[in-house]
Design a binder for this molecule. Structure first.
Ligand SMILES: Cc1cc2nc3c(=O)[nH]c(=O)nc-3n(C[C@H](O)[C@H](O)[C@H](O)COP(=O)(O)O)c2cc1C
Length: 177
């Protein structure tokens, strides 16, 4: 494992993939990392779809290219889709909270674990926010009302350069009390 801070700095959104396919074992490690993410009351409101079938990957890529966006997805080697599932909450909590109260945050945590594990294995990822949900549901054989958590493109980066991070300065976002 790399130094964790180095891993955080090295993980970046990859928008230039080589056409090299991604090994299934590496994708399994990514979802394993997602599975290990923390979640509110350990509710684990997620499931994962791994798309590495070379006939289906380009179809998922097309779903991620509405309005001619995200052209780089044409070379993505695989996709990992995080789906929102029912959280398993303790009965006592269910009386206080909506069962999906923590779900969006939990899925964010799982998504980042997937991306960091991918980076640790030398893979590039890009989380895709803009996609055709209806077509993606049909393609994956999911009910149209299914809630998507995240669509993550995975592949081998064509460039090794690590871009400097553009982030708000620490002083602006942290208060010490
Ligand atoms: C919810 C979400 C949706 C995103 N959607 C897209 C997208 O559709 N296309 C894209 O190129 N990048 C997308 N990104 C990547 C962000 O632009 C990127 O994470 C941000 O600019 C920080 O850069 P970095 O990931 O390289 O550190 C998305 C990221 C997140 C978390």
């Amino acid at each position: 494992m790399k130094d964790f801070m180095e891993l955080c700095l090295n993980r970046q959104s990859c928008r230039n993939f080589t056409p090299r396919p991604v090994e299934r074992e590496k994708l399994v490690r990514c979802v394993e990392a997602g599975r290990l993410a923390p979640s509110g009351c350990n509710g684990q409101p997620w499931s994962f779809v791994v798309v590495d079938n070379p006939k289906v990957v380009p179809e998922v890529a097309k779903c991620g290219q509405p309005l001619d966006s995200n052209g780089f997805l044409a070379n993505a080697g695989a996709f990992i889709i995080v789906l929102e599932e029912h959280a398993v909450l303790m009965p006592r909590l269910r009386t206080m909270l909506d069962s999906q109260f923590f779900a969006k945050g939990d899925i964010g945590a799982a998504t980042v674990c997937v991306c960091l594990e991918a980076a640790d294995q030398g893979l590039g990822t890009c989380i895709i926010g803009l996609y055709d949900r209806e077509n993606l549901s049909r393609l994956l054989g999911l009910p149209l009302e299914k809630q998507f958590g995240a669509l993550i493109a995975v592949g081998y980066p064509a460039e090794e350069t690590i871009r400097p991070k553009t982030r708000k300065p620490l002083e602006e976002i942290v208060k010490y009390i």
